[in-house]
Write a protein that binds this ligand. Structure first.
Ligand code: HEC
Length: 125
């Protein structure tokens, strides 16, 4: 039980923290839809270590807030493929992306929604 509450506090703290960071880095955090909020929490757990909390990129992976990944160039199917099968290094030099475990078929669209809403708010499409 205590652990449950700690994890809730952790998520709230992470969201507040990332909002601060986003402001500092000039990234617009839009008013996320419910699906995108769920996706954002998942993104922080499963993707942020490489792609950054709000998809701005990090030491181990590229930004998804980048024109390469706009819907016309990387449609939602590319996200499904990357999550389910991984992705060979081709656009950058961070190495390959391994498949991501523990993301359900219901959760993948939420993660995509999070990235799309961030992309849209930041003028990627
Ligand atoms: C361990 C690091 C790592 C994690 C974790 C990770 N990625 Fe990636 N991802 C990468 C790297 C590195 C690339 C770039 C490969 C290239 O194009 O050179 C990439 C590429 C991608 C691409 C583009 C694929 C393509 O078709 O070009 C998408 C979409 C993507 N990641 C989404 C995600 C999502 C969503 C998650 C979480 C569910 C995630 N990644 C987790 C490292 C990671």
């Amino acid at each position: 039980m205590a652990r449950y509450f700690l994890s809730i506090i952790g998520i709230a703290a992470a969201l507040a923290f990332t909002a601060e960071l986003a402001r500092a880095q000039d990234i617009t955090l839009p008013d996320l839809s419910t699906a995108a909020r769920k996706g954002g929490v998942l993104f922080m757990g499963k993707c942020a270590q490489c792609h950054g909390y709000y998809a701005q990129g990090a030491k181990k992976g590229p930004p998804l807030l980048h024109p390469y990944y706009r819907p016309g160039h990387h449609a939602d199917q590319a996200f499904w493929n990357a999550i389910r099968n991984g992705s060979r290094q081709h656009h950058w030099s961070f190495g390959d992306m391994k498949r991501v475990e523990g993301v359900s078929d219901e959760q993948v669209p939420q993660i995509i929604q999070y990235v799309r809403e961030l992309q849209q708010a930041n003028g990627i499409f």
